[in-house]
Ligand binder design. Structure first.
Ligand SMILES: [Zn+2]
Length: 560
């Protein structure tokens, strides 16, 4: 039920309204003589009260920031002004100390610093004379702005000028805050590389859906994608593969594939994301998934030679792990991580830890010498040694590690390590009970490499993982494992979906696998369980898709 903004008194208005009329749902509000518009927000706020009337958004509206000198707050408000200006919509201006007199219409962003409050919470009030976004921190102000943008006509998301300078915002009150503090989306750029503009668009779309963490999977057997100054071969050699073999799943590609992000581009992405209140977590995979790195520096592998960037998709190659016996491996990884930590200022560095074959370790003289000298029992303990040593290094630099849930098999892993649980609730529960913070990321239903539905003509129909992760299954997913007590539940800090890209050789395909499922994900991340409603979500999504159209998102259309 709920209402969205519309364009006032412009040609085409009737078609605009008629587009929405079938979706008005149970409640239709009247404002004066005109029919009010449905508010269709994704993710749905925690509490929303529709009210009578509307706010006229035109060239006479002022934007006020309180406190007026706050730089970050001014930047958030400027994002509104700029976005409207980009589409040639209403031209707003900062009040710049001008006294707001009765009758003047104003949009006010107010920062009420309150350390006790949820930093990502906000309130949004729209009356005929003013729009107020209040929040205890910048994050909340930013989310209030995202909600306000969704109250405007979808033209606000247009990629071309729409030349409409009079819009209307429905009056309402919203109180909102996210359910989880970690709301992530992952993108594997190792299997396939995507250009920088797409990465920025990926981040834009996450921000619109109020996600706050981008997990950037930067290294793989099939490609190393981050420039490391000290080791130029990582990109000169490791970012290139001569072809891609996808059989039996999909047609092979005999084209070479290559690409990497320079450090300058990485800094650009991190700072771009920061303006959208998104933290970027880099993932550097150890001790395995390292074939591209070994192709660049063969001496770091047990064999010492004969590696090439993998042309085959899949996992668990028998020789894709770093040699755990050679000291040079650790010197290399520490130097790499130094540069990575310099580029990514966030608290967490993801160090992988999954799917380590350990086969080469069994016959490697260096690995076996390490096992003897460190009095380790076997190759499993050697992996623990490896991970602990890197973890200690990262911790000494003031950062914390995230690892896939295999790292739990190491009994000595520090309780500070965050566990990314991909193999189901058993590992999530075990991790939470051991006091680790846990990010829920199960293959079912949150691996977006899995097909979306049986009639999915948009899909690439190819997953390693059989079955479907439908839009409905994502929406209906309850991430909190059952059986935890209240204290243990606090360790479930949030969830993310993963876009593994073995079969996504272009950006359009990534979008069709991620959208519209990310819309459902955002609501699982944001909204309390009791407030979710699948049919209501789907009717809001129908309207939301017009926004995605304006944003030129290649979402999967088979559901619609
Ligand atoms: Zn070795």
């Amino acid at each position: 039920m709920v209402l969205t903004g519309r364009i006032v008194g412009k040609p085409g208005m009737m078609s605009y309204i008629s587009k929405y009329i079938p979706l008005l749902g149970a409640v239709v509000l009247l404002t004066g003589n005109s029919i009010s518009q449905p508010v269709n927000l994704i993710p749905q706020p925690q509490q929303i009260w529709p009210k009578e009337g509307s706010f006229l958004l035109d060239n006479n509206v002022f934007v006020e920031v309180v406190p007026s000198t706050d730089k970050a707050l001014n930047e958030i408000a400027a994002q509104l002004i700029n976005q409207l200006s980009d589409v040639n919509g209403p031209r707003l201006q900062f009040s710049k100390g001008k006294k707001i007199k009765p009758g003047m219409r104003v949009i006010r962003f107010t920062l009420n610093k309150n350390k006790a409050a949820n930093a990502e919470s906000y309130s949004l009030n729209v009356t005929p004379s003013r729009i107020d976004i209040d929040a205890p921190a910048y994050n909340g102000c930013f989310y209030g702005l995202q909600t306000l943008l969704q109250l405007l006509p979808d033209a606000v998301f247009s990629q071309i000028p729409v030349n409409q300078d009079t819009w209307e915002v429905p009056c309402l009150s919203i109180i909102d805050y996210p359910r989880f503090i970690y709301r992530g989306m992952h993108l594997d750029v190792g299997r396939h590389f995507y250009p920088l503009p797409f990465i920025k668009k990926f981040i834009d779309l996450m921000a619109i859906h109020k996600l706050n963490t981008f997990h950037w999977h930067l290294t793989e057997d099939q490609g190393w994608r981050i420039e490391i100054k000290k080791y130029p071969n990582l990109t000169a050699v490791g970012s290139k593969r001569k072809n891609t073999i996808k059989e039996p799943y999909q047609k092979n590609s005999y084209e070479p594939h290559e690409g990497f992000y320079t450090q300058e581009e990485i800094r650009e992405v991190v700072s771009y994301a920061m303006k959208k209140y998104i933290t970027v977590i880099p993932e550097i995979e150890i001790p395995s998934h390292a074939m591209a790195a070994l192709a660049a520096y063969p001496e770091l592998g047990c064999k010492g030679k004969g590696y090439e960037v993998s042309t085959r998709m899949g996992v668990m190659f028998e020789d894709d792990d770093f040699c755990a016996g050679k000291e040079s491996t650790f010197a290399f990884l520490e130097n790499v991580l130094d540069e990575v930590m310099e580029l990514f200022p966030g608290e967490y560095i993801h160090i992988g830890g999954d799917e380590c074959p350990k086969i080469m370790w069994k016959t490697c003289q260096y690995c076996q010498a390490r096992i003897r000298n460190e009095k380790l029992k076997d190759e499993n303990e050697l992996q623990s040694y490896f991970m602990q040593r890197i973890e200690k290094y990262v911790n000494n630099k003031g950062r914390k590690i995230i690892g896939w849930d295999e790292i739990l098999e190491d009994k000595k892993i520090s309780p500070d390590a965050v566990i990314m649980s991909w193999r189901g609730n058993t590992t999530a529960i075990k991790a939470a009970r051991q006091g680790h913070d846990v990010i829920i990321a199960p293959t079912t239903p949150l691996y977006f490499i899995v097909d979306q539905g049986s009639s999915n003509t948009d899909s690439i129909s190819m997953s390693f993982i059989k079955g479907f992760n439908t839009l409905d299954s994502v929406y209906c997913y309850e991430p909190m494992p059952t059986g935890l007590d209240k204290v243990e539940e606090q360790h479930i800090i949030g969830l993310q979906a993963c876009a593994w890209t073995e079969f996504m050789d272009n950006a359009e395909t990534v979008e069709s696998m991620v959208y519209p499922r990310l819309c459902a994900l955002s609501e699982v991340q944001w909204l309390d369980k009791s407030k979710k409603n699948l049919s209501d979500f789907k009717s809001r999504l129908q309207v939301h898709l017009f926004r995605l159209d304006k944003l030129r998102v290649n979402y999967a259309k088979h559901e619609f």
